[in-house]
Write a protein that binds this ligand. Structure first.
Ligand SMILES: [Fe+2]
Length: 309
């Protein structure tokens, strides 16, 4: 990891390869990403009514704040317009929609001064998304909805791109997490008790790199990057959008970033839908990534029909 590409115009294939090698890409706001952020902003501002969403945290109890933002998240995630706008971003940045699969976009808020640090406002400790069953070819797209500062950004920890870290990913199974962990997030106001794969040795925060772009700018990085949420001390709540993509040829060939230290089971690949028509990744390809049913008992993927039966 040694390069940050600003507004690079290389094609998607070269870009993916560089991302798998640990490089970072950052893009200035462009029409499609501005449209996505404007859509999110409208939704946020409608929810807060007369209050400024960036400062609303200073005018209400944490429980009241959660009551406003908790329903916002699923509303944004499941709104058909969100996906449509993301397709626009991918297209504008040269991704082939017939081969690029995306998961649902997430809307996140990080309040200032540790007002809300768990559940819906969870501030992520140092982690790689690949500890959470993301495939090694997953790319993460991150956009601030309002302008950010260094004190309210996200950080990359470049030394760990090529340095393995002892971590709890071997105890993480994606299917188990989905059935127990995520649905409890709104109740986790004071302390987060959900089991997350964390580093199990002391890590150095520095050197760290924080990429600051304008609202509607885009930070693009490999899911294998060690990254974290900077504890927000900016005095304003940070709101951001993120989503993930995988490219079918890379999934099928099991290409991607090197796996230094992820030992989780299960895969998030069934969450992805093709940009062009929302088709799922063929099951025989996903199966390449799945836990071995012979050894994992209850921890294997079960289609929803099988669970209901
Ligand atoms: Fe992450």
């Amino acid at each position: 990891m040694n390069t940050i590409y600003l507004d690079s115009t290389v094609g998607d294939e070269v870009r993916r390869q560089r991302l798998y090698n640990g490089q970072l890409f950052i893009f200035s706001p462009r029409p499609s990403s501005v449209a996505l952020c404007e859509f999110a902003r409208e939704m946020i501002e409608e929810a807060f009514g007369a209050l400024d969403p960036l400062e609303a945290q200073y005018h209400m109890s944490v429980e009241e704040y959660v009551a406003i933002v908790a329903p916002l998240k699923p509303k944004f995630i499941h709104h058909p317009r969100s996906k449509e706008l993301i397709r626009g971003v991918l297209e504008e940045l040269g991704c082939e929609l017939s081969k690029t699969y995306l998961d649902v976009p997430r809307l996140r808020m990080v309040t200032s001064d540790a007002y809300l640090t768990s559940g819906v406002g969870y501030a992520h400790h140092l982690h790689r998304d690949t500890w959470y069953s993301a495939p090694m070819c997953q790319l993460n797209w991150w956009l601030p909805i309002y302008d950010i500062e260094s004190e309210s950004s996200m950080a990359f920890h470049p030394r760990y791109w090529s340095q393995a870290v002892r971590n709890g990913s071997s105890e993480f199974n994606y299917y188990e997490w989905n059935s127990t962990g995520r649905k409890n997030a709104a109740q986790q106001i004071k302390a987060d008790t959900r089991k997350q794969p964390k580093p199990e040795e002391p890590l150095e925060l520095d050197p760290q790199v924080r990429l600051i772009c304008k609202a509607g700018g885009i930070v693009l990085f490999s899911a294998a990057q060690m990254h974290s949420t900077v504890p927000n001390t900016s005095g304003r709540t940070r709101y951001s959008i993120d989503f993930r993509t995988v490219q079918l040829d890379d999934v099928a060939a099991m290409r991607g970033a090197p796996n230094l230290d992820s030992a989780c089971t299960g895969t998030s690949l069934r969450d992805f839908a093709r940009g062009a028509d929302l088709a799922r990744i063929p099951e025989e390809i996903v199966a390449l990534y799945d836990s071995d049913p012979a050894t994992n008992g209850d921890l294997v993927y079960r289609p929803p029909e099988a669970v209901a039966a």
